[in-house]
Design a binder for this molecule. Structure first.
Ligand code: GLP
Length: 262
């Protein structure tokens, strides 16, 4: 696991985008992206959008798979992840709308929709680089504490903490769905590269458990310790509880780790 500690959110976005762009360049035009919702990846999406605008990155032939979707909203709801991904990621990154996929949380047969989503990812050749945030309770995607480390795409019940954290996007807690369709931890672990982005002291405990804690279903992101190519890009506040923070910052030939991406 590569831990990159940077000064602030802008730098999180720059370093995250540099990593994503490097994988995209290596893979070529048909790169398969894994997209996350939430506030964490926004600065990286902005930094990627600048590259697309400057024509140093072309994602027009890329495919993209979102991590998760609420169950209980309409597809056109402004907070459905289909809407959020289209607005926050697909449009600014210049992705072709017909190659941007979200789990179908609106289907009448949700287990079937889950298995179809796994098939779609497989047929696309798997995800080359998965972008992740992390919940304050350690969830990745919507894999809440207690999720099997081998889980695949399925229906999950949202934790109260997650519903409270996401209430800011809705008209109060009562409007936040109770269920979702989410890629499993096993699905996420199949991605060839993972870049996880986190900012702020509210994420410090989740990051400390994810990076330095034992691997446990109680902190689902900790499974990433088993990933061969996982990069964790965090600001100083999110790194606040890491016991080895100085080590991560000084490991790379006397240079702060993030400068390696310049
Ligand atoms: C959301 C999403 C996750 C996201 C996380 C953190 O509910 N399902 O994919 O990473 O919670 O959200 P934020 O980035 O807004 O802190």
């Amino acid at each position: 696991m590569e831990v990159v500690i940077v000064p602030d959110d802008t730098a999180v976005g720059e370093v995250g985008a540099a990593k994503i762009a490097a994988v995209a360049a290596e893979v070529g035009a048909g790169v398969v992206l894994g997209l996350a919702t939430g506030s964490s990846p926004i600065s990286a999406y902005r930094a990627l959008a600048r590259r697309v605008h400057n024509r140093t990155l072309d994602l027009s032939k890329a495919s993209a798979f979102a991590l998760d979707e609420y169950v209980g909203l309409t597809a056109g709801h402004p907070q459905s992840y289909r809407s959020v991904i289209s607005r926050d990621a697909a449009a600014p990154l210049g992705l072709a709308p017909d190659r941007v996929y979200t789990p179908n949380g609106f289907a009448s047969d949700l287990p079937e929709a889950a298995s179809q989503y796994e098939d779609l990812i497989r047929v696309a050749g798997g995800v080359d680089i998965q972008i992740l945030g992390v919940g304050a309770n350690g969830h990745v995607g919507f894999n809440e504490p207690g999720s099997s480390l081998a889980s695949r795409t399925r229906v999950k019940t949202l934790a109260n903490r997650t519903r409270q954290d996401n209430a800011r996007f809705f008209d109060g807690l009562g409007s936040v769905p109770h269920h979702c369709l989410t890629q499993g931890l096993g699905t996420i672990m199949d991605a060839r590269h993972v870049v996880l982005l986190a900012q702020g002291s509210v994420k410090a405990e989740a990051i400390s458990r994810l990076v330095e804690g034992p691997i446990t279903t109680m902190w689902p992101g900790s499974v990433l310790q088993m990933h061969e190519h996982a990069t964790i890009v965090i600001d100083k506040a999110a790194a606040g509880l890491l016991r080895l923070a100085d080590y991560y910052m000084e490991t790379y030939a006397g240079k702060p780790a993030w400068q390696r991406f310049e």
